[in-house]
Design a protein around this ligand. Structure first.
Ligand SMILES: Nc1ncnc2c1ncn2[C@@H]1O[C@H](COP(=O)(O)OP(=O)(O)OP(=O)(O)O)[C@@H](O)[C@H]1O
Length: 313
């Protein structure tokens, strides 16, 4: 497979001297959803902006559908739709017109049947004659997606689609992306949330300080880094972990009042039931239990602490 997007040795140094991207190479296959995960200032927006032709790279090449974004930019750009982070819509314009106009910007003639299909798939058809200022935040975000899809792009970029939105709206966005996946659109999204990347993406690329640290299938990355920790609070402090509790990597807190047990949520057996059973068998009384998913920050700490891994692009 050649990949609908081929990024080779891409670098960007802004005029200010900031090195936003260093030697990034990545191939994205048609129809896949890839999440670019990274902290503020990692270089995610710069990467997207270069592919979309909004920022000029300092080095390297990008091809979209085989078209070089610099020498063959018109053809490359036709294949791309971008949903920006900020909501910027003409407040007094009807939804359907917003989407129609965008087609025109790409030099495409009217195609009301296609516009209707897009609006229906985004549950906006009933709102087609509403002015954008009358819409809820979630609907406005969907209009941005409709605009980005207006010229039938093969690749859609979603820059932090759920930044600053509530949980219900985040779920709604995830469903929209799922629908787009079924329609065969290739999606590249940026996010700060591991959970979001896990929910939506086939592969996750982790970017930090302008470097693509790794790219892996989501299940693989979550399996390696997405561990959960079960904390068992004990009624009576323990001096040490009893040897009979075996080699499960249990960690006793310094005050002896809690045990931490790390497990893989994807394993057939997490070992939690057996652990609690064994504790009861030893007469160790449990006061409370809680679980915690490793955060993106911890995933980063793990990645940054380790020697640089090979990119499987
Ligand atoms: N136009 C610009 N001029 C100079 N420096 C810039 C410009 N745009 C971005 N940068 C710098 O490049 C680096 C990467 O920024 P970028 O916006 O690509 O990161 P990001 O991963 O998208 O961050 P965020 O999650 O905050 O959106 C940062 O240090 C940023 O300050």
């Amino acid at each position: 497979m050649t990949g609908i997007i081929q990024i080779e040795s891409l670098s960007k140094q802004y005029g200010s001297g900031t090195k936003a991207l260093s030697d990034v190479s990545l191939t994205i296959e048609e129809g896949e959803i890839i999440a670019l995960l990274g902290p503020n200032g990692a270089g995610k927006t710069t990467l997207i902006s270069i592919i979309c032709g909004l920022v000029v790279p300092t080095g390297g090449t990008v091809r979209v559908g085989g078209h070089d974004i610099r020498t063959d930019w018109r053809a490359a750009r036709k294949l791309i739709g971008l949903v920006p982070q900020e909501i910027a819509l003409e407040p007094f314009e009807k939804v359907i017109n917003c989407v129609r106009f965008t087609r025109g910007l790409y030099g495409e003639g009217p195609d009301d049947a296609y516009i209707e299909k897009v609006l229906r798939s985004l549950a906006l058809w009933d709102k087609r004659d509403a002015m954008t200022r009358e819409l809820s935040g979630g609907m406005k975000r969907r209009v941005l997606i409709a605009k980005a899809l207006a010229h039938r792009p093969k690749v859609l970029f979603l820059d932090e689609p759920t930044a600053g939105v509530d949980v219900a709206l985040r779920r709604e966005m995830w469903e929209v992306v799922d629908q787009l996946r079924r329609d065969g659109v290739t999606i590249i999204l940026t996010t700060h949330y591991l959970e979001e990347a896990e929910e939506m993406a086939d592969r996750i690329g982790v970017i930090n300080k302008g470097q693509l640290l790794l790219v892996k299938p989501t299940s693989e990355l979550m399996g390696e880094f997405g561990k959960k920790t079960l904390t068992v609070e004990l009624s009576e402090p323990l001096a040490a972990v009893p040897a009979v509790l075996g080699d499960r990597g249990l960690r006793l807190s310094p005050d002896g009042r809690s045990l931490a047990y790390e497990y893989d949520t994807r394993a057939d057996r997490t070992g939690i039931a057996r652990l609690l059973g064994d504790l009861a068998g030893q007469g160790i009384k449990v006061r409370d239990v809680s679980t915690r998913q490793s955060s993106l920050e911890e995933v980063f700490m793990t990645l940054v602490a380790e020697p640089r891994q090979e990119v499987t692009a």
